[in-house]
Ligand binder design. Sequence first.
Ligand code: HEC
Ligand SMILES: [Cu+2]
Length: 390
Amino acid sequence: MRVQRQNPSFPSRASPRLKISAVPTCSKSVPSTWGTPFTKTSKGLATCDGSSIRVWLSTGYTMPGSVRRRALVLGFACAGALAVAEAALAGNGGLVPVTPHSPNAHRITDAYLFVLVFAAIVFVGVEGALIGLSIKYRRGKRARSAEGLEIHGSTKLEVLWTVVPVMILAAIGTFVFVKLPGIANAPKASAADQTTITVEGRQFYWMFHYPNGAISVGTMVAPADNVVNEDVTAPSYDVLHSWWVPELGGKIDAIPGRTNHTWFKAAAGVYPGRCSDLCGIQHALMTAAVKVVPRSEYEQFIAARAKAPAGIELGREEYQHVCAVCHRLSTAYVGPSLGSNPILLKAKDLTTILQQGVGKMPAVGNGWSADQIAALVAYAKTFVSVSNGG
Ligand code: HEC
Ligand SMILES: [Cu+2]
């Protein structure tokens, strides 16, 4: 028997519970007034499957038990997977940041833990009350149409849940404002106990400039137990990046044409960092390392770099942190393979490509000095093999 379609007319939402007795439990005799966007299936009529909050709201219709159970299991499975994924990624239980190794990073972790304690108490309190009260006041055997308890205000409770949050916020605010200056401002240090390194964010690599003019790419070398001031910037023609070495402090934006300041003071060690702004296609490979070494070793390193600015070591860094992000030697990747490309051996041609870009390749070497290009050529000579007659 075909049911003549009519314009949908929703049952009133004002008293949905009264409609219950009229609602069938399966689709065989679904009233044609259910012709809502939710129930217009290919069969043209409502079905028992799927969930529609609208239908529920307007009718009080409840999903069959099996559907509800499946949704519940799925929900728990998703929540479980999420919880485990976070822990697996973080490697330290997923609850706290990496172990800090610089005074400013310590303060950031302290602030995080301070807030976490309140958040945990509030979470357990609110969720506990939610679950407990849901169980305590569940419908149980009461009729579906029975009205719930009518509850009037509780002055004591209302004062409590106004005053306690205000006190929590005041405590957090005070704590953070006390800690903040120690995060932003580097401690005073004598000239011999500090240095300033410029951190330049570029698509898709980090370049470091040292006080004596030396340059490194991808790995920053810094003196141990000294205050290291970082001037973080990006060239005016580049995009936004964000310098982040979690163990040594917070994120700081590398903004084209501007300079932001941050600092760290760490014991010897290697601390991984990365760009934390989505800055383009190979953003995920925009990684870096901060290698903290004894002051004498640091002095040696920058002196050697400044003396031989076209050295093969710089070339290797440039290739690995700039070119290898998009190129492979023998297979095409984002760009064509470079293993037998003669351009890499000719400083002049290479300069043109790196400073102006070519086709879809951005001008990754814009602003590089002749020495920097010579360093890349020197390194390329160790792996590029050009067949004769090519
Ligand atoms: C962001 C990705 C990216 C980076 C980084 C990159 N390239 Fe490229 N490169 C490309 C793409 C894409 C092409 C293909 C350009 C086209 O023809 O559209 C290319 C092409 C080339 C070519 C071939 C040009 C030709 O006409 O034969 C050379 C040589 C080259 N790149 C060298 C380099 C070197 C050296 C570096 C490192 C300093 C580098 N590229 C870094 C993406 C990149
Ligand atoms: Cu970036």
